[in-house]
Design a protein around this ligand. Structure first.
Ligand code: SF4
Length: 262
């Protein structure tokens, strides 16, 4: 128990107190877990509902496309990655006005959850330690507890909680399909249709800290660039710091694509 993160301890406390819980599972979960099995395990451990964050990503896409339609002359940097958002705030404040004022998939999913399941505690489970800061610092009013996949694995281990055959029959309570590509670099551009609507110099897809810094550095000198789909981890969220996996980046990408095609 002493090795658990504060957020993991908080979730154990909520589970033990039998609080009303909703899990919001980020789309990279298939890199770490058996897709349906983990939904069953979450339900057995104490979550009443399990929601696919890919559903919130649909709202993120809709909001971005609506903005671009409303302001065709404006240029946008996508905001689902809290590390990129913080890099801009801290190192490139001149670009803050270009950050698309839209809900990240976590935030959009939390809003959907609050409407559909009022009175339930929202728990985001994803690949990213920085999502803990996004939840706490940027959206305290949404009351999201954010944990990583590693935290969830630690919780399962701390409670000696193992998978059962029946878990595989579980299903999401709210799901979405096209946006399951989101955790791969370029998943936003592809699932939103940005790739089809714009030509190459008008959009760009970037991942990896060095390329992120270089691209942000050059952003103001590229007026032709209308939308920048940008994630800090190399290859996207499938390479996030909250993922413990021996799989190569290619294998992780393939797992997401296989799940998306299902
Ligand atoms: S790219 Fe990395 S840092 Fe950014 S949201 Fe995804 S996991 Fe987090």
């Amino acid at each position: 128990m002493e090795n658990l993160s504060p957020e993991a301890k908080q979730l154990i406390d909520l589970i033990d107190k039998k609080e009303k819980l909703v899990a919001m599972l980020a789309p990279s979960f298939v890199v770490v877990f058996e897709p349906m099995q983990v939904i069953g395990m979450l339900k057995r451990i104490g979550f009443k509902y399990v929601i696919e964050v890919a559903r919130g990503a649909e709202e993120t896409n809709k909001q971005l496309l609506a903005l671009m339609k409303l302001h065709p002359d404006k240029r946008y940097i996508t905001n689902p990655c809290p590390t990129v958002v913080r890099t801009i705030r801290n190192r490139f404040p001149q670009l803050i006005g270009y950050l698309a004022p839209i809900d990240s998939p976590m935030v959009a999913t939390a809003k959907i959850t609050a409407k559909k399941y009022p009175g339930f505690k929202k728990v985001f489970i994803g690949p990213c330690a920085l999502k803990k800061l996004e939840a706490k610092e940027d959206y305290p009013e949404l009351d999201i507890l954010s944990i990583t996949y590693k935290d969830l694995q630690d919780i399962f281990a701390a409670k000696n909680f193992t998978a059962e055959e029946k878990d595989k029959k579980a299903k999401f309570d709210i799901s979405a399909e096209d946006t399951r590509l989101y955790p791969i670099s370029g998943g936003l551009a592809q699932s939103s249709g940005v790739i089809k609507k714009f030509t190459d110099p008008e959009y760009d897809v970037i991942s990896g800290p060095e390329l992120v810094a270089k691209t942000l550095q050059e952003f103001l000198n590229k007026p032709e660039l209308k939308v920048l789909d940008i994630l800090n981890c190399d290859g996207g969220c499938i390479n996030g710091p909250g993922i413990v996996s021996a799989d190569s980046l290619d294998r992780r990408r393939q797992k997401v694509i296989n799940y998306w095609k299902n």
